[in-house]
Design a protein around this ligand. Structure first.
Ligand SMILES: [Mg+2]
Length: 226
C-alpha cells in the first residue's frame, strides 16, 4: 500500500551539511567571476546583477556577499542564487547527495510524495532534478521530479515551526492530517505538524543536531521499511 508523505529536505533526505558546506560556498565562489564578466554572463544573471543598481564591481561583490553572510532574505539574491545553482547542477559542479533509502521512497510509484523545506521551491526542484545517490556520487544524477506531487516553502505555506503552515498544506493537498506522514529532523517542526493531527517521524541522520526528546517521536534512522 502506498503512503502519502510530506518530506523535509536537510537532515531528512540529504545531509544537513549540503546547503551549508556545498550549496552556499559554491554560490560565494562564483560571485567574483560573475561580476568580472558582467555583460557576458547569461542574460538572466546579468539582468539580476544590474538590478542591484551598483556600478562599482568591488562594491557590488561586497554587497552580495554581505547579504549571503547575514542570511538576508532578499528576492534578488534568491533569484541570482537560483540561476547560479542551476548552472552548477547542470555542469556537474554541484551534486545533491540524497540518501538511497530516500531515493527509493520517493521513486516508489505507489507513494504520494510532497516536499516542505525552507529553501525555495525553485531550489528544491533543482535538488530533486539532479539527485545523486549519496553512496555513489559519480553516477549520473537521477531526476526525481516526475515522482513528486508538490512542493511547499515558506512563501507558499508559512514558517515550518508554525502549525498554521501545516493547515495550509493539508488544505492545498486536500487531505486529512492522519492520512499523511511528515518526516523531519527538527522536533519543533514535528510538534507544529502534530497539532494538525499529522503523523510524524523524526529523521535521525549522520551529522544531524542531537535531539534531547527523541523518544517523543517515532525515530527513523532509515526509510527502508516505510
Ligand atoms: Mg531539516
Amino acid at each position: 500500500m502506498g503512503k502519502t508523505l510530506l518530506l523535509d529536505i536537510e537532515g531528512t533526505v540529504c545531509p544537513i551539511s549540503f546547503v551549508k558546506d556545498i550549496l552556499f560556498p559554491y554560490f560565494v565562489s562564483q560571485v567574483p567571476k560573475l561580476i568580472s564578466q558582467r555583460g557576458s554572463n547569461d542574460e538572466k544573471i546579468d539582468g539580476i546583477l544590474k538590478s542591484f543598481e551598483i556600478k562599482e564591481s568591488e562594491q557590488l561583490k561586497n554587497h552580495i556577499l554581505d547579504l549571503v553572510a547575514r542570511d538576508i532574505k532578499d528576492s534578488k539574491l534568491k533569484s541570482l542564487q537560483g540561476f547560479v545553482w542551476q548552472n552548477g547542477y547542470m555542469d556537474g559542479s554541484i551534486k545533491a547527495p540524497i540518501y538511497k533509502d530516500a531515493i527509493n521512497l520517493i521513486s516508489n510509484p505507489d507513494n504520494n510524495v510532497y516536499i516542505y523545506s525552507s529553501g525555495s521551491v525553485k531550489a528544491q526542484k533543482l535538488l530533486f532534478q539532479y539527485a545523486c545517490d549519496i553512496d555513489d556520487l559519480e553516477r549520473k544524477p537521477i531526476n526525481l521530479i516526475p515522482f513528486i506531487k508538490g512542493y511547499f516553502d515558506i512563501t507558499t505555506s508559512g514558517p515550518k515551526i508554525e502549525s498554521q503552515s501545516y493547515k495550509n498544506i493539508l488544505k492545498d493537498i486536500n487531505i486529512q492530517g492522519e492520512d499523511i506522514l511528515f518526516l523531519s529532523d527538527n522536533p519543533l517542526e514535528l510538534d507544529a505538524a502534530r497539532k494538525c493531527n499529522i503523523d510524524v517521524g523524526l529523521a535521525l541522520r549522520p551529522g544531524n543536531y542531537p535531539v534531547a526528546n527523541k523518544s517523543d517521536y517515532p525515530n527513523y534512522t532509515t526509510f527502508t521499511n516505510l
